[in-house]
Design a protein around this ligand. Structure first.
Ligand code: CIR
Length: 254
């Protein structure tokens, strides 16, 4: 159960965010603002109280707040992004979180980690080893979790940006899986909802209190997720897709 979420309104500098999807074009800022507002409304309709942080022009990717902190029920871990241009976002977010959360912990150099690579399944945290998250970062994170009575393990990624680009946990032992994670023995104990390659972007969806928010425009995903009994909400996040960002990246939920 989540009660709250933190989001950051995109700044105009969003158009300069990191992207491996240049073929999709540059994000349209005014559209992004509208989509972000619709995202907030969807979270609210799932019962969450939302803190909306001011835009931060200095960091083009700072609307992707998920990557800079991992909020667990026991501690909050400030990450150290593998993307150097994103490191300063952590200082900004620390200022916001330190007044609300106790047990703040930090990932230190040479460790790197972006929390888009971290998937929470109860008290176990799967940590993707990616171009952004290295082994030192993952080991530091897991050691912190263990100190607080939580657990973690690593998963090596081959293709996707972050672990949750291709996987989402919908509670009830149920996983949305796509691409390289299909047939991965690590996840064989889960009931799996397989997303076809043609809808791979929708593999990043979010469970919020028995609702599942998916990106709009992915009918197979919508049908499959609805069929398992969740209330499905769709939000158009096309402008964030142009920067490889998905629904999970846009909020810290706790
Ligand atoms: C980046 O490349 O860092 C951003 N343009 C997108 C971050 C997406 N975050 C996520 O998947 N958790």
């Amino acid at each position: 159960m989540f009660n709250k979420a933190i989001v950051r309104t995109p700044g105009k500098s969003l158009v300069n965010g990191l992207s491996d999807s240049k073929h999709l074009g540059t994000p349209d800022y005014s559209k992004a603002i509208i989509q972000h507002q619709q995202y907030i409304e969807a979270l609210k309709s799932c019962g969450l109280k939302i803190t909306v942080l001011d835009p931060c022009e200095e960091y083009p990717d700072s609307t992707f707040v998920e990557d800079v902190a991992l909020i667990t029920p026991k501690c909050t871990i400030m990450t150290r992004p593998g993307a150097e241009s994103r490191r300063g976002e952590v200082t900004k977010m620390t200022k916001t979180l330190e007044s609300q959360f106790k047990n703040l912990e930090y990932i230190e150099s040479p460790g790197t980690i972006e929390a888009g690579d971290v998937m929470m399944v109860g008290d176990h945290y799967y940590v993707g080893l990616s171009e952004r998250t290295n082994l030192q970062g993952a080991e530091q994170l897991i050691a912190i979790l263990v100190r607080y009575g939580l657990k973690g393990s690593t998963v090596r990624l081959k293709e996707v940006l972050h672990l949750k680009t291709g996987l989402s946990y919908l509670e009830n032992n149920r996983l949305v899986v796509c691409g390289e994670f299909k047939n991965d023995p690590v996840f064989s104990g889960f009931e799996q909802i397989e997303i076809p390659e043609s809808e791979s972007y929708a593999a990043n969806c979010i469970w919020v209190n028995d609702n599942v928010i998916i990106p709009s425009g992915y009918p197979i995903t919508k049908q499959k997720v609805s069929a398992t009994g969740y209330n499905v909400l769709e939000v158009d996040v096309s402008e964030f897709k142009k920067l490889d960002g998905g629904l999970s990246c846009l909020s810290l939920r706790y």
